[in-house]
Ligand binder design. Structure first.
Ligand code: SAM
Length: 234
């Protein structure tokens, strides 16, 4: 379980009401049971549930079980699409080890409203479920051009479904394992030609293909991340 609290041996810490509900109501745990805790800073700790009522729960960290891992450098830039697809991408990207989920707004984005708090909660739950010791950050939704103008030069791979780009697998092989990279997919309507041209003018951008079929944005996001993680992930 993730808690934004310092983890120290014997120092009792409160759980959130949602965690109390999950542990008591869903998992049917009881005081004295063991849980694993992390906070993104102090590694993983084995802890004991010291109190558990309907909306209140507390833990006592007993001993460290895994050292803290670094926040992954990999980033996902995802164009705002419909809510279910955004939720799904946030969950899968977390499982696939992303460090930052950055919603971007493009000309064909169907919405400019992204509930980043909701995405952060989904990312936290997915991090707990998959056993990582960091929760990806969810950036505020921002126009793509603004994100590109402030870019730090990290290689940015962009999904292109127009059959004009080399395979992602080729580009991914040129990246060194464990170094930073970012993956960007467009909205359901794709990027406008001018947006693609603007992307291609940037030295840090490579447009790449995931094959001859047109994938949904969320499929392209997750398929690309799987390839990138397999070849250049940490
Ligand atoms: N404009 C397209 C159309 O209607 O023909 C569809 C865009 S697609 C649903 C959404 C995004 O997924 C694209 O902007 C691209 O980034 C990514 N994508 C989809 N298929 C892809 C492929 N075969 N290779 C690389 N990226 C792909």
């Amino acid at each position: 379980l993730y808690l934004d609290q310092p983890l120290e041996e014997g120092r009792e810490i409160p759980a959130t009401p949602a965690q109390a509900h999950y542990l008591g109501g869903v998992m049917r745990r009881a005081p004295g049971d063991a849980v694993l805790l992390f906070n993104g800073r102090d590694g993983e700790w084995a802890a004991t549930i010291t109190a558990l009522r309907k909306d209140r729960c507390a833990f006592r960290p007993d001993r460290p079980t895994r050292p803290q891992e670094a926040t992954p450098a990999a980033r996902l830039l995802v164009t705002a699409v419909k809510r279910d697809a955004m939720d799904w991408m946030a969950e899968k990207a977390t499982e696939l080890g992303i460090g930052l989920i950055q919603p971007v707004l493009t000309r064909r984005s169907i919405t400019d409203r992204v509930n980043t708090g909701r995405l952060a909660a989904i990312a936290q739950e997915a991090a707990e479920q998959c056993g990582r010791l960091t929760v990806p950050r969810v950036g505020p939704a921002a126009p793509l051009h603004a994100v590109l103008d402030a870019w730090d030069g990290t290689p940015l791979l962009v999904g292109d479904e127009r059959r004009e780009s080399p395979p992602l697998i080729q580009a991914a092989q040129t990246l060194s394992r464990g170094t930073a990279w970012a993956w960007l997919v467009g909205p359901e309507g794709g990027f406008e030609r001018a947006e693609l041209d603007d992307l291609r003018r940037r030295a840090f951008v490579s447009t790449v293909s995931l094959g001859p079929r047109i994938l949904r944005a969320e499929t392209a996001a997750v398929a690309g991340l799987a390839v990138l993680q397999a070849l250049a992930g940490d």
